[in-house]
Design a protein around this ligand. Sequence first.
Ligand code: CA
Length: 225
Amino acid sequence: MRILVIEDEPQLARHVTSALTRHGHLASSRHDGAEGLQAALAETPDLIVLDLNLPSLDGLTILGRLQAAACPARVLILTARGDVEHRVKGLNAGADDYLTKPFSLDELVARVEALGRRGATPTAADLLKVSDLQMDVQRRRVMRAGRNVALSPREFDVLQVLMQEPGRVFSRTELCERVWQRDHEYDTRTVEIFITRLRKKVDSAFTSPLIHTIRSVGYTIRAAS
Ligand code: CA
């Protein structure tokens, strides 16, 4: 992918572009908001990594201008820890995903590549729904009761397998094979850890849990009956 990094901390920008380059992408960077916007419109990258706090033109303004120009690039925003308001504004302004600083370069590359798998137009099969839980497969986004649920790429993959067939019980082995395929580094214990993580993110704030354990069989997702 051709990736534009708009980040005013030169060292961070350099680390990000070199990590992306190592993974086979064509990455360049700008350290100023106005220059970044100009480059985004002129170079039409596939994806933009956009810091929100920038000199001369802030990230939210850039997002607005990109939307106005119908820029097709996917946008991953970078936000400061705890800056929930900006993150929400960014996602509402059309960003596809976000990362909170400080982040690991591995996580950044994973998010970028997950966004890269996104196709052009979502179809019905790309929008999964169980009760008030919604998954936009193409945009790799999950919402519960209208609120964004931030999942790691693998958490997302596990949830996607469950949501594709609500009510069907998946054994740990089957989930493991579906999500990790031939990667022997993972075992069924990993599945248990991921289910615990998903429960924390998807169910813990709600009175009716959607993810259910079927004793000695496995897991399923279904609306409360
Ligand atoms: Ca900044």
